[in-house]
Design a protein around this ligand. Structure first.
Ligand code: MN
Length: 503
C-alpha cells in the first residue's frame, strides 16, 4: 500500500522553540525535501509575517514535484494569504476539543463547527485543494469529531487530518478514530502525531494501519515541544517492519536521509541526538566486543537496517567494551596487523583508557598500536607546503593553501564564513581533483582557560564512497590546528584507501 508523506518541517518544524528561517533558507530546505521524494511540503503559515509570506511564495514558484501547501486558521484572511501566495493547496484548521474551545477560542462546539464549514466553503470558493484539521482531535469528544468531519466533507473538503496535537493518543485510540473518520466520510485521512510521550511514530503507524493514507512528518522529528513524527523513523519502519502481510511503500529515496538530516540540522541549528534512530551518529556505531564480532561476521546480527540504505555507514569504536575482533578490524584498515601478544597489550590499553572514562577514537587507537608495535610513522600522502589566511571586519575571510599530494603540487583558495571555514574549503578545493572530501563533523574544544588556551580540533571526513577517517590536532592557533587536523584526516583516509586497493 502506498503511503503519502506530507512533510511539515517548514511549518511545524519551524515552530520549534528558537527556530526562525529566512525565505531563502526555507527554499533550500524545500528543494532538499523535494529531492528526498516527499509528496507534499507544508511551506509555512503565510499570514503571520511578510517574510513567511515571501518564503511560501518562492517555494511555490520553484516548480517542485511535491505539492506545496500553506497553513491557515479557519479564517478568511489566513486562507486569502495562502491563495495570494500563489498556492493551490491549503491546510486549514480549527480546534475541536472542549479544552481548546473553552480556554483558547472561547467558542461553543456549534460555533466552531459553523466556522469550520464556512472556512472550507470559502477556500473551495477560492479554488483551493482543502485539507481540514480538527486541532486536538485526539482529545475531542468522539461523536463531535465525526460530526465536524462529516460537515466539512459536505462543505467540499478534499482531505481530513487528525492531529494528535499534544501527543496524547495511544496507538489503539488513534486507530479507532482514524477508522471512524474514514468510514464516516470516505475521504483520504492524514495523521499528524506529536511526540510528547515518545509515541509519535507508533501512533502514526497505527493510524496508517487503521486506514489513514497519509502521515504528517518532519525531518529529525523537529517541531513544537517534543516534536513531530520523524520522517526517517516512520518511513524506515513502514519499509522494514513486519505488518503481517501488508506491505507499505513511499516515494522516499531513503538513501538521502542522513544527508538531508545533516542539512536541516545545520540550517535550523538543532543537533540530532546521537542515539536518534536512523540518522543519529550512534545509530550504526558499535563498541561492545560481542556486537562488533557479530556485525563483522554478518551485519544482520546487530543491524536491522543496512546503514547504506539511509546514507549512513557502520563504524566500529574502541572502548572499554571492545573486543579483539573489532580492534583488529579497525587496525587492519590502516594495514596494521599486530601479533597475538601485541594485540593483547593494545586491548589492555584501550580498556584501561575506557575505564578512566575516555572515548577512544581512531586517533588514540593508532597511537596505542604505534607505542606497542614501535611503528614507524604511517605513510603520509599530503603535506602542507604553504598557507595563509586573512580575516577581519568588512571583508570576507579568505584562505590560500599549497599542498604536496604524492609529489604533485596543488593550490586552492576560497572564502568562508570565518577563517577556519575558508581554510578548510581551500584545502578541499585544492584536493578536489584527487579526492572529493566531505567534512562530516568538526569539533573544537578548549583545553585550558585564557586567551592563550590550547585548543583541540577533531575532524571526521568522508569521501564520496563513504570511507571515513577521523583525526585530531592540538595547538595554540585555532586556524592552524584546524588545518593540521584536516591534513591528518586526509592522510588517514588516503592511507585507508590505498590499503583497500592493495587487498
Ligand atoms: Mn503540530
Amino acid at each position: 500500500m502506498k503511503v503519502r508523506i506530507f512533510d511539515t518541517t517548514l511549518r511545524d518544524g519551524e515552530q520549534t522553540p528558537g527556530v526562525a528561517l529566512r525565505p531563502e533558507q526555507k527554499l533550500a530546505i524545500a528543494k532538499k525535501l523535494d529531492e528526498l521524494g516527499v509528496d507534499a511540503i507544508e511551506a509555512g503559515f503565510p499570514v503571520i509575517t511578510q517574510g513567511e509570506m515571501e518564503g511560501v511564495k518562492i517555494i511555490g514558484r520553484e516548480g517542485l514535484r511535491a505539492e506545496i501547501c500553506g497553513l491557515a486558521r479557519a479564517e478568511k484572511k489566513d486562507i486569502d494569504a495562502v491563495a495570494d501566495a500563489g498556492l493551490s493547496y491549503v491546510h486549514t484548521f480549527i480546534a475541536t476539543s472542549d479544552i481548546h474551545l473553552k480556554y483558547k477560542l472561547n467558542m461553543t462546539r456549534d460555533e466552531a463547527l459553523a466556522r469550520a464549514v464556512e472556512a472550507v466553503e470559502y477556500a473551495k470558493g477560492r479554488g483551493l485543494q482543502v485539507e481540514f484539521s480538527a486541532e486536538d482531535a485526539t482529545r475531542t469528544e468522539r461523536s463531535f469529531l465525526t460530526k465536524v468531519f462529516r460537515a466539512v466533507k459536505s462543505a467540499g473538503a478534499d482531505r481530513l487530518d487528525i492531529p494528535d496535537t499534544v501527543g496524547y493518543s495511544t496507538p489503539s485510540y488513534i486507530a479507532q478514530i482514524t477508522r471512524e473518520a474514514v468510514v464516516a466520510t470516505g475521504l483520504p485521512v492524514s495523521v499528524h502525531c506529536h511526540n510528547d510521550f515518545g509515541l509519535a511514530v507508533a501512533n502514526a503507524i497505527s493510524g496508517i494501519q487503521a486506514g489513514a493514507q497519509c502521515a504528517h512528518v518532519t525531518v529529525n522529528g523537529i517541531g513544537e515541544r517534543a516534536g513531530n513524527a520523524s520522517i526517517e523513523e516512520l518511513v524506515m519502519a513502514l519499509q522494514k517492519l513486519d505488518f503481517g502481510g501488508t506491505k507499505y511503500e513511499t516515494n522516499i529515496n531513503t538513501r538521502l536521509f542522513y544527508a538531508t538530516s545533516k542539512f536541516v540540522s545545520g540550517i535550523v541549528g538543532i543537533n540530532v541526538q546521537p542515539n536518534k534512530a536512523i540518522v543519529g551518529e550512534n545509530a550504526f556505531r558499535h563498541e561492545s566486543g560481542i556486537h562488533t564480532h557479530g556485525v563483522l561476521n554478518n551485519p544482520l546480527t546487530y543491524e536491522p537496517i543496512g546503514p547504506e540504505e539511509v546514507g549512513q555507514h557502520t563504524s566500529i569504536e574502541a572502548g572499554k567494551h571492545a573486543g579483539m575482533h573489532g580492534i583488529a578490524a579497525m587496525l587492519e584498515e590502516y594495514g596494521i596487523k599486530p601479533g597475538k601478544d601485541q594485540m593483547r597489550s593494545i586491548l589492555d590499553r584501550v580498556k584501561e583508557a575506557g575505564d578512566r572514562g575516555r572515548r577512544i577514537s581512531e586517533v588514540e587507537l593508532l597511537s596505542f598500536a604505534g607505542e606497542v608495535m614501535r611503528l614507524e610513522n604511517l605513510k603520509r600522502f599530503v603535506h602542507l607546503t604553504g598557507f595563509s589566511v586573512s580575516t577581519g571586519v568588512g571583508n570576507m575571510p579568505y584562505a590560500f593553501v599549497k599542498l604536496d599530494v604524492d609529489g604533485k603540487e596543488l593550490i586552492g583558495t576560497d572564502y568562508g564564513v570565518g577563517p577556519v571555514d575558508a581554510s578548510l574549503k581551500a584545502i578541499q578545493k585544492a584536493t578536489g581533483s584527487v579526492e572529493q572530501m566531505l567534512i562530516r563533523d568538526y569539533k573544537l574544544d578548549s583545553i585550558s582557560g585564557g586567551s592563550d588556551a590550547l585548543c583541540e580540533v577533531t575532524i571526521d571526513i568522508e569521501d564520496c564512497a563513504g570511507t571515513g577517517a577521523s583525526a585530531k590536532a592540538v595547538g595554540e592557533d585555532i586556524v592552524i590546528t584546524s588545518v593540521q587536523a584536516m591534513i591528518e584526516g586526509m592522510n588517514r583516509l588516503m592511507l585507508k584507501k590505498s590499503l583497500k586497493r592493495n587487498v
